[in-house]
Design a protein around this ligand. Structure first.
Ligand SMILES: *Cc1c(COP(=O)(O)O)cnc(C)c1O
Length: 398
């Protein structure tokens, strides 16, 4: 297989597929395509007879992006959806029936949690949330019943930035006749390719690192299982939960620099993690690239390309008020939800991303009032660190 940089730049893009030999995929907005009653053998030979019918099922700009993503995730099939949340819903809806159960790592994305409980409980699908804060897959195994069809984990999970051994959990899934879904939004295929570690389906919020510029809402589903792929394709086409050709074009363009961006995100994040760990105003830092991370050895096994992603969290010395003062004092970081973009973003989870979660649930997954989540951007690392330093001082010394 070509290197990840070569794949990021070229995978899925073939100028010979376009009549005009466009170097990069044109934005094809047409919702429908001319068909012919009697398809000539010449047309069939050229492959232009009936490949395209209607935008809900196929679109050339979208297909180019889907092929690229499948190549990057080492998958046979790739699909894009109009949001990461849609990708989650499509996976659940196409693979589960009434009475089925999902076993979920408790620290999954909060939106996944809401879909799996509030939305899918209406269809008598149950979700068992398992605390895997110690990263021990055995806890997940003991929650599996004969009704369990899917296991679901995030890699890594956030905001606590902890890891579950994908290989171990996929062995457990297959021993118990279940499928493993990995939400790979935070690691991206640059660092981790879950299908190669045994997962059956990998999904993303493409809104985050894959597009990486905070200007597209998108989801991704990849698999090498033909039966699963057909089910997903059918539901996606039936519902039409697909992104616009414009968004596909933008995401496609962003993907070409994935390797450059991810490398830089990870280098900046490691430097920031080291700085925070040395600060007198910080209680603890969670970043898998730090030797002090309890799962650093596992991280070395599961992350490739000498980096550990761009997300980290830390506990500021003090309480919610200290955390708020810190956020207010930041100048380069923007206080916002979301992550995985060029710009550095900071948030206090307990009052932002996880505001609606019950206090005891928050505490179980490590979300305390002083926990701050950082998505480290691509600004100069000295400027990022100086910004954190002045904001910590302002928060603690005022
Ligand atoms: C943002 C996010 C989602 C949801 O994706 P949207 O594109 O916002 O719908 C799912 N999983 C993770 C890990 C995310 O960060």
């Amino acid at each position: 297989m070509a290197g990840i940089g070569t794949l990021s730049v070229h995978a899925g893009n073939n100028p010979d597929e376009w009549k005009c030999k466009a170097m990069w995929p044109p934005i094809v907005t047409s919702t429908t395509y001319k068909r012919s009653i009697v398809e000539s053998s010449k047309e069939q030979e050229e492959g232009i007879s009936s490949q395209y019918t209607y935008i809900r099922s196929t679109n050339p700009t979208r297909e180019c992006l889907e092929k690229s993503l499948a190549r990057l995730e080492e998958a046979e099939y790739g699909f894009v959806t109009n949001s990461g949340s849609t990708a989650i819903a499509i996976i659940l809806q196409s693979l589960l029936s009434s009475g089925d159960n999902i076993v979920v790592a408790e620290n999954v994305y909060f939106g996944s949690n809401i879909l799996m409980t509030d939305v899918f409980s209406k269809y008598k699908i149950t979700a068992s949330f398992v605390n895997v804060l110690n990263g021990d897959p055995e806890t997940i195994e003991s929650a599996i019943t004969e009704r369990t069809k899917l296991l679901w984990i995030d890699f890594p999970c956030n905001p606590s930035v902890e890891l579950i051994d994908i290989q171990k959990i996929s062995d457990i899934a297959h021993k118990k006749d279940c499928l493993l879904v990995v939400d790979n939004t935070l690691a991206t295929p640059y660092f981790t390719r879950p299908l190669s570690l045994g997962a059956d389906i990998v999904m993303h919020s493409g809104t985050k690192y894959l597009n990486g510029h905070s200007d597209v809402l998108m989801g991704v589903i990849c698999t090498s299982n033909t039966i699963i792929a057909e089910k997903i394709r059918n539901l996606l086409t039936t519902i039409g939960a697909v992104p616009s050709p414009f968004d596909c074009y933008l995401a496609n363009r962003s993907l070409r620099t994935l390797h450059v961006r991810m490398k830089a995100h990870a280098e900046n994040a490691l430097a920031v993690a080291k700085y925070l760990e040395s600060s007198q105003f910080v209680d603890s830092v969670s970043y898998p690239g730090l030797p002090s991370h309890p799962q650093h050895e596992l991280a070395k096994k599961l992350f490739s390309n000498d980096g550990y992603g761009g997300m980290l969290s830390f506990k500021i010395k003090g309480d919610l008020e200290t955390a708020k003062r810190f956020l207010k004092s930041l100048k380069i970081f923007t206080m916002a939800v979301s992550l995985g973009s060029l710009e550095s973003i900071a948030g206090v989870c307990t009052i932002m991303t996880h505001k609606a979660m019950k206090k005891e649930d928050k505490l179980r997954i490590g979300i305390t009032d002083n926990l701050i989540r950082l998505s480290i951007g691509l600004e100069d690392v000295d400027d990022i660190i100086n910004d954190l330093e002045q904001a910590l001082e302002a928060a603690e010394l005022s």
